[in-house]
Write a protein that binds this ligand. Sequence first.
Ligand code: URA
Length: 244
Amino acid sequence: MAKIPTSRVDKLLSSMGYGSRNEIARMARAGGIILDSAELRDATQRIPVTPDLPTHMEIDGKALDPVAGMVILLNKPLGMTCSHKEDGALVYDILPERWKQRKPAISTIGRLDKQTSGLLLLTDDGDLLHRVISPKRHVKKTYRAKLARPLDGTEGDLFASGHLMLERDNKPLAPAELDVVSETEALLSVTEGRYHQVRRMFAATGNHVEELHRERLGDLSLPDDMLPGQWKLLTEEETALIFQ
Ligand code: URA
C-alpha cells in the first residue's frame, strides 16, 4: 500500500503562505488552528497531507486552502498580464493574496496576451504544466477571433496546409483548423503555442484580429456562466479533459 505523505504543520502552512514558521507556531499556541475539531497547539506535529485535508483543518475559523496540486480555471479578463513581475494588473492579483507566497509557486499554463480573454489555467503542479504545453502532446487550443476585414475563403486551406511560415519563424506551423462563424468571425484551433500565434496567422492573410478569446483547451471548455475574472478549482476528471 502507498504510504501517505506527512508534513510538519508549521512547514506545511508556511509553504501555503500562512506566515513564517514562527508565526504559525504562535497561531497554533493561540488556538487558531483546528484539526479534526480539536485545537492543534503544537505546530511541529506531523500530519498526513492528502487532497481532502482542507475539510479537516481550519485556520482562524476558515477551511484550509487546497494543498499543493491545484489546477485553477480562470476566465482571464482583457488588460491583465500573465506574468509574475511586470508592471500593471497581473492575473495572479485575481487569486487570494496569500497564494502569492505559496511554494511551489502557482504559474499560468502557457500565456494569453494582455488583450486576449478567456480560458487560462494556473497550477502549482510542474509536471502537469509541462504535459499541457509540451508540443508532443498536441493539446488543441481553440480561439474565437473577431476580424477587422471579411475572410476571403482561402484561410482554412492555408492554415490546414502545414506550410504556413510566419515572419521571423524558422519552421512552418503545424496544421490548424478553421471554422468560419461569419464573414468576420472564426474559431481557430491550434496545437502549438507560438508567440502571438493566432494574431500572426491572420496577419499573414492580410487581416487583423480585433478581439481574441480562448474557449477550449482539449475537451475542457470555459463554462458559459463564468464571467471575466471568475475562477474555480478543477477536479481531476475536469483536468483530464485537457488531454482528450
Ligand atoms: N495567439 C495570440 O495571438 N494571442 C494569444 O493570447 C494566444 C494565442
